[in-house]
Ligand binder design. Structure first.
Ligand SMILES: Cc1cc2nc3c(=O)[nH]c(=O)nc-3n(C[C@H](O)[C@H](O)[C@H](O)COP(=O)(O)OP(=O)(O)OC[C@H]3O[C@@H](n4cnc5c(N)ncnc54)[C@H](O)[C@@H]3O)c2cc1C
Length: 493
């Protein structure tokens, strides 16, 4: 590598976001790093190590993945289990534990990694990064309040975005107190008064959380989605999965979604004939889903998203058994009805909200509600996300949303691709927007793999994996821009 070398106290790595992805990447970097360096973890929502999913204080909000699969470290599956067993009695690998406990686990993971780091130090900063300017000297992360942090490497772990407003919500209605556009905003659901008629838009896991959260106080709730398919339940913790349930023919030839569906159904029927459970087949698919997604042509991806996505989501993103039982009780007691249909329009009236609904396969009807809660889940259509950082990167042509509105395009090493398709220099992404490239990138079992990959790449390329000592770095901008190569690796360490 040509160019003048400079000697200093090691690279600065900025991690933007302290939800699961930011914490898992930071902890991994701290444990991989051998040389001197500095990691600055920046989080906008104040306390570190929480994020939308695990910031909840409600004990009723439980993880939708069993404890045995929630370790932040894929090579140490029991890490979360050990932590949880130290906090509460009766924990097993099949337990569905409170999400707030998982937030505490992330705090623990971070402080343990910082405590045992050799040479690399961790700093945290609270604030929102609004723009990232990059030049030959490195990256400059500018906060909304004007502060600037300089960094050599940046990992964006900016996570989940609030749900998009449905098309029938106009700006006036969006401001109405009767509309709860983001149920995860602290205190948002407190607006629902006892006995109120509530329309829940969406029938996935967010709807389940909201229905159970407000079910004791709300009046009749109506959950509505185009197909009215509700998330299925995990098996009870006692029933362990067994054997190999992966359909063998899925990764051959040029698959179509119809071929895949047939093959999965055949495997489910075979398993059932042996006393097995469809969940084992869906669970087994997880290990090949990214490869399968990458093999599908654009046409086939489009077909999957148009016709099969709701079925996939309902079977793949399952609810904890207790959550599913609580929902069944609400339905059996007539407190919650699930409707397949579409909201055509909604207006505020003197006595509530007047909604015009078209039932799937049926006619139109007018229904009155008191509140509407948007339960459509986190937004992934990057171009429409109202977020200063995302919008500034988009405006500068430094990120490229995928054509399906699933997330961001990245290189094989998870560098962010610019609008021109070229991987950004020393700028990475970990988090749910990897769905664009991997489809399966929402939950901990997948995100921890991505966090490990990014941390290892950054540690290696930043020269942090060598023996402790001064680091020699080439100035920014001297590496070839192609992804995957270690062209900027520390030539000494
Ligand atoms: C309600 C809910 C429940 C879930 N439950 C589970 C579960 O039980 N099990 C499971 O495996 N998965 C679950 N998930 C999936 C979830 O996506 C992942 O598990 C994980 O939480 C994603 O973490 P993240 O760090 O990528 O994103 P997030 O948790 O969203 O964290 C991103 C962080 O970045 C910060 N940030 C964003 N932009 C900026 C900026 N510009 N400047 C500074 N900070 C910024 C945010 O404030 C936030 O703290 C759940 C998701 C949701 C929404």
């Amino acid at each position: 590598m040509s160019g003048t070398l400079r000697v200093d106290n090691g690279p600065t790595i900025a991690i933007v976001g302290a939800g699961f992805s930011g914490v898992a990447t930071t902890a991994r970097l701290l444990s991989e790093a051998r040389g001197p360096g500095r990691i600055v973890m920046i989080n906008r929502s104040g306390p570190t190590a929480r994020g939308v999913a695990y910031g909840t204080r409600s004990e009723g909000h439980v993880l939708n993945v069993p404890a045995g699969r929630m370790s932040a470290f894929p090579e140490d599956e029991d890490d979360f289990l050990r932590f949880a067993a130290g906090q509460m009695a009766g924990v097993t690998a099949g337990s569905f534990l409170p999400r707030s406990l998982y937030g505490a686990y992330l705090d623990h993971v971070l402080s343990r990694a910082a405590g045992s780091a050799t040479g690399t130090i961790l700093e945290t900063a609270i604030g929102e990064v609004a723009t990232i300017e990059s030049d030959r000297a490195g990256h400059h992360l500018r906060f909304v309040d004007g502060r600037v942090i300089a960094a050599d490497w940046v990992v964006l772990a900016v996570g989940n975005y609030p749900p998009m407003d449905p098309s029938f919500v106009d700006p006036d209605f969006a401001r109405s107190a009767r509309y709860i556009g983001d149920p995860w905003v602290s205190g948002a659901l407190d607006r629902i008064d006892p006995g109120e008629r509530v329309l829940l838009l969406g029938t996935g896991l967010t709807m389940l959380d909201v229905a159970i959260g407000v079910g004791g106080r709300a009046g009749r709730m109506t959950a509505l989605s185009r197909r009215g398919i509700v998330s299925t339940a995990h098996r009870d913790p006692g029933q362990a999965p067994s054997g190999d349930h992966l359909p063998t023919d899925l990764l051959t030839g040029d698959p179509t979604v119809v071929d895949c569906l047939r093959s999965i159904r055949r495997q489910v029927a075979l398993d059932r004939s042996r006393g097995g459970d469809w969940r084992d087949v869906v669970g087994a698919l997880r290990q090949i889903t990214p490869a399968l997604w990458q093999r599908l042509s654009d046409r086939e991806r489009g077909r999957f998203l148009r016709h099969l996505r709701p079925f996939w989501d309902a079977h793949r993103h399952r609810a904890a058994p207790a959550t599913a039982r609580a929902l069944d009780e609400l339905r059996a007691g007539g407190r919650l009805v699930v409707v397949a249909g579409t909201v055509l329009r909604i207006e505020t009236a003197a006595n509530g909200l007047a909604a015009r609904i078209r039932r799937r396969g049926g006619g139109e009807e007018g229904v009155m509600f008191d509140r509407l809660v948007n339960c459509t889940g986190p937004a992934s259509r990057v171009a429409l996300v109202r977020d200063p950082l995302i919008q500034s990167l988009l405006a500068a042509n430094r990120i490229r949303p995928d054509r399906w509105g699933l997330g961001l395009e990245t290189s094989a090493s998870l560098e962010i691709l610019g609008g021109d398709g070229v991987p950004a220099e020393r700028l990475f992404y970990v988090g749910p927007l990897l769905r664009a490239q991997h489809w399966e990138a929402t939950a901990v079992p997948e995100l921890r793999l991505h966090a490990r990959a990014v941390a290892r790449t950054v540690a290696q390329r930043a020269g942090l994996q060598g023996a402790a000592g001064p680091v020699h770095r080439a100035p920014f901008g001297q590496r070839g821009l192609g992804s995957g190569e270690a062209g900027d690796r520390d030539p000494v360490g």
